[in-house]
Design a protein around this ligand. Structure first.
Ligand code: FE2
Length: 319
């Protein structure tokens, strides 16, 4: 029950050895009738009434979502049609798990959510990405907000036939020692960045060919565990799989991008823990879609969703 991953047909509680089936039904209770006629549970004890809480699951293209909330809306309604469609686009053929990573970031989980919806900081904090040609200048970008969920996308320029326009590698002052890190292949057409931020704390991130699913698990007010599952397609060639693995160095505990984020998030956490605060609104005060990255609309959508489920009154709601 405490393994990080695996397959368990009969989950068993390590404390008193109660045994369940895959649906949560209680199958066995140690010493249910006591021992040698002494002790145990009363005759009124009923295993049917003591099963596990049932997880309600829904599947989109093989991706399983679960909730413990029986009153949660239907999955496609919750995600919205655009996020559901993006998941279908990415998962249109069988996936292959390429690996797992775990990382502790020293910030509240909500800061990590903000960070992954914050398109403003990208060119500022991660200046090495354009410098080394890891991501190419976007021809078109979009931030789409459905409920408290967000979808950030950027596309490369295409010609009239729909072919991606060639982009010469950037020749800056610095050069990569190993340029193979920026080698890639076309997998989702002109789409080079897709970040699905599922409310409250999950991420489906495709940065060029490095694709991952991330779960944020709060472990204290100031620490959050991030669990990565890296994936590609089952029919990826050896070269394509190698590209994905090399590009995965962007994220993860020592990722070029992720370690910069982890450091600034810790700085912000330390600063706001002092109690000082101020509010500035970047790109308006609404939560609508944008065709640019110069807005915090998707972050406001997160906070709106958070306030709703936490019963915190909204002030100045303009959505
Ligand atoms: Fe970042």
């Amino acid at each position: 029950m405490r393994e990080l991953r695996g397959n368990q047909n009969y989950p068993t509680c390590p404390y008193h050895n109660w045994r369940y089936d895959g649906t949560g039904k209680l199958l066995g209770v140690a010493m249910e009738k006591g021992l040698k006629g002494k002790g145990g549970y009363p005759d009124s004890f009923c295993k049917e009434d003591n099963g596990l809480q049932t997880l309600r699951v829904s599947v989109i293209s093989g991706v399983v979502f679960g909730t413990l909330d029986p009153s949660a809306p239907e999955l496609n309604t919750f995600l919205g049609p655009r996020i559901s469609q993006r998941i279908k686009d990415i998962c249109h053929k069988p996936l292959k798990i390429l690996g797992y990573q775990r990382q502790t970031v020293h910030c509240n989980w909500k800061l990590f959510v903000e960070n992954n919806r914050d398109s403003y900081h990208g060119p500022q904090l991660h200046s090495f990405i354009p410098q080394f040609g890891i991501a190419r200048p976007a021809d078109q970008v979009a931030v789409e907000v459905d409920g408290a969920n967000a979808l950030l996308s950027s596309w490369l320029e295409t010609d009239e036939e729909g072919n991606i326009v060639d982009f010469p590698p950037q020749q800056g002052e610095f050069q990569l020692e190993d340029p193979s890190i920026v080698e890639g292949f076309e997998a989702l057409g002109a789409l080079q960045l897709s970040v699905i931020s599922v409310f409250p704390a999950s991420l489906f991130t495709c940065i060029r060919n490095a694709w991952s699913f991330r779960r944020m698990i709060p472990t204290s007010p100031g620490t959050t565990n991030i669990e990565y599952t890296w994936f590609g397609y089952e029919d990826d060639t050896e070269f394509e799989q190698e590209c994905r693995l090399k590009q995965s160095n962007l994220l993860g505990p020592a990722g070029y991008v992720a370690m910069e984020d982890a450091e600034v998030l810790e700085m912000v956490q330390n600063a706001i823990s002092q109690g000082d605060m101020s509010i500035l609104q970047f790109g308006g005060d609404d939560t609508g879609d944008t065709d640019h990255f110069n807005s915090e609309a998707s972050i406001r959508a997160f906070w709106k969703g958070y306030c709703e489920i936490m019963d915190i009154p909204l002030q100045g709601d303009r959505s």
